[in-house]
Design a protein around this ligand. Structure first.
Ligand code: DGL
Length: 282
């Protein structure tokens, strides 16, 4: 694979965060809370959502395209706030921009198994994440001596993207996906997709309060902070950083959902991932 020259990264520059849609906002809120002086650019690839059911090559191409567009916007660091994109393409992003700081996501299997009294863990994720080599390796690494029950959840991301966080269809899908896991007496549930934390109240209605739910958003924010410090990338001024929001879909359609999930005024603009026009021959 072609590897691009590594630009010098400016510590005043924003951190670029993206997901297939609004799911990554569940990670962004932890980053915002932990690092209030950083400027953040969030891109939802709404026009290509959902990633979870798409071919790996397509997810990879979208991930590389989004990474490139965020680098064109001079981001100093990239956060793949998407388990599916990370599983499909984090290796390729790192290979293409070797000097770039990249933070990916993976289902929190390690903390889940570590904290599970019965060593019985359920995991909800997209089909893309669960069929990936990266997930297979994660299971091999941490799954020994535990029972891990994986549950793909088609349709759930679309429900979140429609803002249907508390409707009958979402509740029915969750019941379908969680009932077999509960029947096998899991005591810990891993949310392996960044859209799912927005469904925790509804998940709790199905599972009750006893189950431990693992969401890795705060761990990712901690990792972002650690890498900023380690690489001298932390914003030098103690002023408040800005958060800017973009979608590859229609900002007017998407705005109410962003507003609702982000919980405060969020201006939303269109983000183009079109490749730059070819230069005319000299
Ligand atoms: N939010 C993403 C994840 O964490 C993927 C959702 C999708 O299928 O687009 O996997």
């Amino acid at each position: 694979m072609e590897s691009h020259a590594t630009p010098d990264f400016d510590n005043h520059a924003p951190i670029g965060v993206f997901d297939s849609g609004v799911g990554g906002l569940s990670v962004l809120r932890h980053i915002r809370q932990r690092l209030p002086h950083e400027s953040l650019i969030y891109v939802a690839d709404t026009a290509w959502m959902p990633y979870g059911d798409k071919a790996t090559a397509t997810i990879r191409e979208r991930t590389l395209r989004l990474a490139e567009s965020l680098l064109d916007a001079h981001c100093k660091m990239l956060v793949l706030a998407c388990n599916t994109a990370t599983a499909a393409a984090v290796k390729e992003v790192r290979a293409q921009w070797p000097g770039l700081t990249v933070v990916g996501m993976e289902p929190g299997l390690k903390p889940a198994i570590h904290g599970s009294p019965r060593r019985k863990v359920g995991i909800l994720a997209t089909s893309g994440t669960l069929r990936s080599d990266k997930f297979r390796l994660l299971l091999e690494r941490y799954g020994a001596g535990a029972e891990v029950i994986s549950q793909p959840c088609p349709g759930l991301v679309e429900q979140v993207e429609q803002g249907a966080l508390d409707d009958q269809r979402t509740a029915a899908l969750l019941r379908d996906y969680l009932t077999p896991l509960l029947a096998q007496q899991i005591d810990t549930l891993v949310l392996g997709c960044t859209h799912y934390p927005f469904l925790i109240p509804l998940i709790r209605r199905v599972t009750g309060e006893q189950l431990t739910i693992i969401d890795t958003g705060h761990a990712v924010a901690r990792q972002v902070e650690r890498l900023l410090d380690e690489r001298g990338l932390r914003h030098p001024l103690a002023t408040s950083g800005q958060s800017r929001f973009y979608t590859t879909g229609d900002p007017r359609v998407q705005h109410p959902l962003f507003q609702c999930l982000w919980g405060e005024e969020a201006r939303l603009d269109y983000w183009s991932t079109a490749p730059p026009p070819a230069r005319p021959a000299p």
